[in-house]
Write a protein that binds this ligand. Structure first.
Ligand code: FAD
Length: 392
């Protein structure tokens, strides 16, 4: 049977769509497929993020850009997200002596990035899913195996020895950089895949609020570029900053003692140290190991009319361009526009791959380039901009 949208336009026939992964892209994908009238089952490995206190090992906030905003607008959520997001109008660069300079993103149109909380955004998307009677959420369901040609899946649940079986007409993998669904696609003829780890790791620190206020100007993405390593900070709604320290793993390994760590910060991040606090820095730095960063390129993103991968599952990238989530959300803008053309599903999915892979490869490359740019070039850029400002 067919489904009509609010304008009475007939949409694609209803399908049973399984979405694996209820992260930022998966929960948005669920909304998109449900809006088109499909029966959606959303499977997530973790517990419901709305009940979890802290999501371990994930970046706490993200820069939302135009790509992501457009995709959120398509499901009616852009305004709601921006209502609590913090605009970042440019980069604030911190030099080794603690002096700052500003590079605006777009002085003419005043476009900016927004700092959004990962948890809040994911919660908002899941709450929106709850409002759809044709979305069923299944938390603590980890995809173990899939037979994509048959549309069969098997899920593992905590403390349950038996796997749970489920089926779908279309399986959509939004299960992140280490996607299980992609592992199934890798086995299909003609599927190309490459991945690259960079030698830099990252670790998250925090500049807490002081007396209920931000300790640095909030409307900037703060950067401490230091040649082969760097630190960035994005503002949070609770007036703290999430600080991401990125360095080669060998450098992390050299900082073995409290004293070495404090000396390193005194030398390179003299202005940030008192804001983080010495004791807090020691606690946070030695609490976790630096995380690895991965870039993934692959194609095609689909298998016949049976399976599709989106977001990090299709194109994980290093975070230095701030576009991983945004590009994942943009997948859905493109996919929805193709699906609205009422083509046979296998043709539509092939068109999605063909229209998407070059841009996805390009943004992975740009992210890798920006890793060098933010580390090294921002210093030169700020110098050039300051000279330009002095002469105008
Ligand atoms: P994920 O967020 O990884 O979600 C995948 C979901 O699938 C998870 O909920 C996971 O539990 C679930 N899952 C995994 N395996 C299974 C399974 N077998 N069965 C069921 N469920 C499963 N992007 C930006 O746009 N802007 C930024 O500023 C930005 N900053 C970043 C900073 C850092 C430090 C990092 C690491 C990344 C950053 N990114 C940023 C990238 C962004 O985090 C990702 O691109 C985004 O989270 C991808 O969303 P996703 O839903 O595709 O994957």
């Amino acid at each position: 049977y067919t489904y009509s949208d609010s304008n009475g336009v007939a949409a694609a026939p209803r399908r049973k769509v399984a979405i694996v992964g209820a992260g930022l892209v998966g929960s948005l994908a669920a909304l998109n497929f449900a809006q088109m009238g499909n029966e959606v089952d959303l499977y997530e490995y973790r517990e419901d993020i709305r009940k979890a206190e802290l999501v371990q090992g994930r970046s706490i906030n993200l820069a939302l850009s135009q790509r992501g905003r457009k995709a959120l607008a398509a499901v009616g959520l852009e305004e709601k997200v921006l209502a609590t997001a913090i605009p970042m109008r440019g980069r604030m660069l911190h030099n080794v002596r603690g002096r700052t300079s500003i590079v605006l993103y777009d002085p003419c149109t005043k476009q900016c990035l927004y700092s959004v909380g990962r948890k809040q955004l994911n919660e908002l998307l899941l709450n929106a899913c709850d409002a759809f009677p044709n979305i069923s959420c299944h938390f603590e369901h980890k995809l173990a195996t899939a037979n994509i040609a048959e549309g069969q899946m098997q899920f593992r649940r905590p403390n349950e020895p038996q796997l749970i079986s489920a089926s779908a007409d279309l399986i959509v993998g939004c299960d992140g950089a280490f996607s299980t669904l992609r592992q199934q696609l890798v086995r299909t003829p003609g599927f190309n895949y490459s991945q690259e780890y960079i030698s830099t790791g990252y670790l998250e620190l925090c500049i807490p609020a002081k007396d209920g206020e931000f300790q640095m100007p909030p409307n900037y993405l703060h950067i401490w570029p230091r040649d082969s390593f760097m630190m960035i900070a994005l503002p949070n709604q609770d007036k703290s900053f999430t600080v991401t320290l990125s360095m080669p793993f060998e450098l992390f390994a050299e900082l073995k003692t409290h004293q070495q760590l404090l000396d390193f910060f005194r030398q390179h991040y003299v202005d940030a140290l008192p804001l983080i606090g010495e004791q807090q820095l020691i606690k946070d730095f030695f609490k976790t190991r630096p995380q690895h960063l991965l870039s993934v390129k692959c194609k095609p993103y689909h298998f016949a009319d049976k399976a599709l991968i989106l977001g990090d599952a299709a194109h994980a990238m290093v975070p230095y361009y701030g576009q991983g989530m945004n590009a994942g959300m943009e997948d859905l803008t493109l996919l929805s526009s193709i699906l609205s053309q009422q083509l046979p599903l296998d043709v539509a999915l092939a068109q999605f791959t063909e229209s998407r892979w070059r841009d996805a490869y390009a943004i992975c490359d740009l992210a890798m380039y920006n890793y060098v740019e933010m580390r090294d070039l921002t210093k030169r850029w700020s110098f050039r901009c300051r000279k330009w400002l002095d002469t105008t």
